[in-house]
Structures are given as C-alpha cells and as structure tokens.
Design a protein around this ligand. Sequence first.
Ligand code: NOJ
Length: 551
Amino acid sequence: MSFAFPTAAPGSEWWRSAVIYQIYPRSFADASGDGVGDLRGIESRLDSLAELGIDAIWLSPFMVSPQKDAGYDVADYRDVDPLFGTLADFDELLASAHEREIRLIVDLVPNHSSDQHVWFQAALAAAPGSPERARYIFRDGKGADGELPPNNWESVFGGPAWTRITNADGTPGQWYLHLFDSSQPDFDWTNEEVRAEFRSVLRFWLDRGADGFRVDVAHGMIKAAGLPDYTPPTDAASMGGAEPVPYWGQDGVHEIYRDWHTVLAEYAGDRVLCAEAWLPTNEETALWVRPDEMHQAFNFNYMYAAWSAAGQRESIETSIAAFNGVGAPSTWVLSNHDVVRHATRLALTIDNPQGEGIGPKTPGPRPDAALGLRRARAATSLMLALPGSSYLYQGEELGLPEVIDLPDEARQDPSFFRTNGERYGRDGCRVPIPWEADAPAFGFNDTGASWLPQPAEFADFSRATETGAADSTLELYKRLLAERAARSLGTETLEWLDRGTDVLAFHTGDVEVVTNFGPAPVSVDASRVILSSEPLTDGALPTDTTVWLTA
Ligand code: NOJ
C-alpha cells in the first residue's frame, strides 16, 4: 500500500507551488545494463532526488511501445514496456517515491496511439466505415483513384500528416491522419468509445496511486470539422500563429478536460492534470487551466522568452496576469526532452537560433558553453523564485549542455529521419545523464552501454563530481530548492522594483530577487545575500547573474 497524501483546502493544493522533476526513463539510470534506463534504475537513485529537494516526479512514457518516438507511441496504455520493467516495478517505484514524500505524475499520450495498438490493427483489418476505423481518423483520398491525401496537413515531424494503407487484397485503401510520425495514428476524439477508454486508463493509473498526468499534445485532440486545408506560417514553429489552426486549440478539447477533471476529483490527495499545450499566447494557454479543467499548463512562452530584462519581465507579467485571471498558478519551465537544453539554448543568437535541434553541421558559430551555463544558472535562479510551480528536466541540475556532436548513425529522433537529416531533432537533450566521473557510462549503468553516446565532457558534470563542490550547479540547485521551500516562495505574490533597463528586480515573500542582464556590474548589499548564481565581484552583481537578497 502506498502512502496517502492529504487533500488540501482549495487554493493551497501542492501543485500550485510544486517543483516537479522530469525523468526521461531511457536516460536516467539503467539497472539492467542494456543501455536504456529503466524503472528499477530510477528507484535506485531516488535518494539523490530527495536530496535535491523536489516535490514530485513527472515520468515520461514507460508504457508498452515499439519506441518509434521514444515511447510517445503507446501500444498498451495499461502495462509497462519490458524495456523499462514491469507493473510490479512501477508499483515499487511509486511506493518508494511516496515514502520519500515525492509524488509521481505519469505521462499520458491520448492524441494518438502506436500503429501497433490492438485498436489500430483492428482498424486496418476492418472495412471503411466500420466501428473499428471510427476510433481513428480514416478518410478516402482525393483524386480520381483516391491517390491524393484528404487534405494538405503536414506532420509536426515533417512530411505529410496522412499515410495511405494497403488493403488485404493488395489494393490501395483509405488514408489515416497522424499529426506526428506515421507510426502514431491520431484517435478520433469525437468517438465516445475513445473517451470511455481513456477515462478507464486514467482510473487504471489513479487506482495504482499515480498523483496525476502530464497530458501529451493536450491542444491537439479535436480537429476542425471537415478537416480544412491549412498551411502554417513558416515562422510559427509548432505553436501556430495568429490564425486559428484546424488541429490545435480547437474549442472542443475543453469538454474532454472537464470530464477528466471530474474523474480526478473523485480521488483523494489532489491529483493533477498538466497540459502540454503549445499555443501562441499565455491567454490561450490559460484556457486549459480554468477551474473545472486541468490544473497546470506548461508555460512554453516563458521558455522561449528573450534573455533580456524587458523580455523576461514581459513574459512573467503576461503569464501571471493570464493565469491569475483563471485562478491557476503559472507553470514555469526552461528545459524538457523536446528542446535544446537551456544551458546551451541561452547562448544561441538570432544568427544561430535553436531551430529544430543543433548538430555538427548546424551553420554558424558553436554556442559559447560558459556563457550558456552562466545564463542557465541565472535563469533557473530567477525562475525558482517566481510564484507558481516549476518543472526541471533531468540533468539541468548538473548544468548539462546539449550534446551537439552526435553522429548521424546514432540519432533516433523520428524528425531527423522524416526530414532526411535536415532537422537534427531532439536527441541532443536526451543523452543518458552522468552519475560518476570514472565509471562505465558515467554511472548510468555498470556495463558501459548507452543508447546514445555520452560525450567525454560529461565527466565534469557528473553528480558525484558536483556533490559538495561549492560552486557546482548541483549545489546551487540544492540551495535554491531549500531556500524556496523554507521561504514558501512559490506561493507568494510578486512586486516589481525599478533598477534600470538592464536589471530585473522584484520582491516576493521575504526575498528580493535581482538579475543583471547588462554589461555593467550592479551594486548590491553583500550583507543581505542569501544566494547568488555566480560570485559577486567587488561587492557587485556581474552580468548574467541572479542574486536572492533578504528583503
Ligand atoms: C510531445 C512530446 O513531448 C514529444 O516528445 C512527442 O514526440 C510528441 N508530443 C508526440 O507525442
């Protein structure tokens, strides 16, 4: 039996201010030694997360999957992939996390399944118009012989969003929609059978004690009626532009979350739904966290805010206003398994943007690693003082950079293959993390196997190397989390202070936070320093540095 967390009074639930740590299971810790991380590996390392001081874990997908998109292609929503362990391993991991008062959030992928899911296999075997086909989005093609896709939509990973099937007799058949890889067919969420199935999947994990769900592609489950053609603006990435997008942010998704909200509310302990919803504005994102819908929505606009006093202030102000407007906390995030790690991203420039990952042949200069790390430490020190909840991505507490020099033959991200290598994709932030400097696979396992090659520089970033080293990023994170908890910072409000154009400064709780973005040092009262992302120089705050002062 796992430990039961209490249910709090409305307004003071744990998720409003929690620090939640994302584990990407394939790359965290590998007990079996096969080169891919697993649930027993995670359990064996829980003490280091307790020492770090996090409140909860979000576990990226570990369900049965052919792993065409690293588990975001689920073939069985109610079982663990043998690559990661068993359901018993999951139960043990959950119990061990709960014993340490760490909650555990499961990643749920409801927009699409794997093409190996029994429902999709049944749909392929059934006739057009059958109930089996109606669980997915099958359509006849256009053109005289149906040889053209039903519309012009493009997959997020590149190439067309439709694939034509071959009938049992060898003739070409209907087309099915996949907003991502062709191995990830989209469900038809207008179908009540799909809705009932996912209510049951929610209950399956809630009954086992899961503390909630991070919901994949939470903005994509409903498509505009008639599936109209749409050409995205070239600069809009996956968030879309000002124009409505027929597959993102359709009004109909909200009724799904209202339904799920009632399911979670039946369980004690304030279970949480967190939306992965890429939307152009904070105001739109806030619609996902209205009081009867989800509880959190990742603030991706903040993740991409310019590294300047004005850019950060504008993003923080508009976020707080939008989320406060619906009674929800803001959910800050700087890194995850889909973006260039912020210790590298913050050193990129307009001439050298993040693009779709970076690799050995990305044009332009290499991002300056020292600058990136310095800014990342300042950014995290700023983020962890903000009111609301924050997500951390495994390895950022070590200051890990993006791994740029992965050879093409090692890459696994489907977007790399679907674009013939034009987009490097996301493998660079997914490399197994280092635990020890001088061990096989840097302590990721004891065999030395690693599903993506680890660079030699990971030795300098290993947890063992950084533990107890006064100026390490790990020790900075520990201080930040301890001071944040002691001062209840995530639950406070924020009041801006004026310190000049290049400086961002605010009061929150009993702390004054100052970040210097400019070249000139900013004087601070050294006797009030609680912590600083870099040492002060001659009693002043140097560039790209954040300090917490007693107010
Ligand atoms: C978002 C996930 O974070 C990403 O890794 C995945 O590829 C897509 N959704 C598709 O599930």
